[in-house]
Design a protein around this ligand. Structure first.
Ligand code: HPA
Length: 271
């Protein structure tokens, strides 16, 4: 596995020739952020050795290297979900490649369901913590010592300095923003009312089907992580709204200008 990651990283390094300041992973319905990048190189996943291929509608598969707010970013348009049938190794493969490219800062994004009553559809939330309820751990198995330690500290899963920088950007643009705890389930079903109730009861503010495997693998390698979520629907034990993928994409679309402003502010001002 390490050999594959190295080969993929070498391939990308040969093309971009520089160390990006940030890697950015675009979540469901949040692809428009890529239009903000001044592209230097665009690599389709199918042309990158060992790179996994996307299967979900609405997720194209490409890596975009370019400038955003004058910073060098490598943006991943089309992420890999466990529910698609990918192994945890595949889901987290790009993050390991990013680390071997020398990237220190990882920005993730996602669409998720809110269970905190203070949240509304299309609100944006910065992750302050998570609860991992996925059925498999991405670091299970023999530890790859070259990448990180066997037992990983998770006391600061999301980087406090990046959170503070993003909060400042939101305040500057007068964008309402929350900080919350994300619970990761495997999906692909949305939650039942009782399951939304459980998410709330265990201390979650929102629930989704991605992100946490990538965060764990990034922290294993000592990368600094930031994640921004869009609340695309609301659930709870007493909430009987049906959720659809279209609804998720519509809400993500509505929140997009705010997501773009906060991510750009973070990238511009973070050092
Ligand atoms: N649950 C899980 N994943 C999601 C949801 C949800 O309600 N909304 C968007 N992704």
């Amino acid at each position: 596995m390490l050999e594959k990651i190295k080969e993929t990283a070498d391939f990308i390094k040969n093309i971009i020739q520089e160390t990006p300041d940030f890697a950015v992973v675009l979540g469901s319905g949040l692809g428009k952020l890529q239009n903000e990048v001044e592209p230097i190189h665009v690599l389709e996943y199918k042309d990158i050795p060992h790179f996994p291929q996307t299967t979900v509608a609405g997720h194209t598969g490409k890596l975009i290297y370019g400038l955003l707010e004058g910073k060098k970013v490598l943006m991943m348009s089309g992420r890999f979900h466990y529910y698609e049938g990918h192994s945890m190794e595949t889901v987290t493969f790009p993050i390991r490649v990013f680390h071997l490219l020398g990237i220190q800062n990882l920005i993730l994004s996602n669409a998720c369901g809110g269970v905190n009553p203070a949240y509304s559809v299309a609100d944006i939330v910065i992750l302050k913590d998570h609860i991992n309820m996925m059925p498999e751990h991405p670091l299970r198995g023999k530890n790859i010592d070259e990448l990180g330690p066997r037992f990983v500290d998770m006391s600061e899963p999301y980087n406090k300095k990046m959170i503070a920088t993003a909060e400042q950007a939101a305040a500057d643009y007068q964008i309402k923003i929350h900080q919350g705890v994300y619970v990761a389930l495997q999906g692909p079903t949305f939650e039942t009312p009782a399951e939304y109730g459980m998410i709330k009861a265990i201390g979650g503010d929102m629930v989704g089907m991605s992100t946490v495997p990538e965060v764990i693998v990034a922290r294993h390698m000592g990368m600094d992580v930031f994640c921004i979520s869009v609340i695309t629907d609301l659930g709870g034990p007493d909430v009987a709204f049906a959720v659809s993928h279209e609804e998720v994409l519509n809400a993500a679309n509505k929140a997009m200008p705010n997501v773009i402003a906060v991510v750009k502010g973070l990238i511009k001002n973070y050092q």
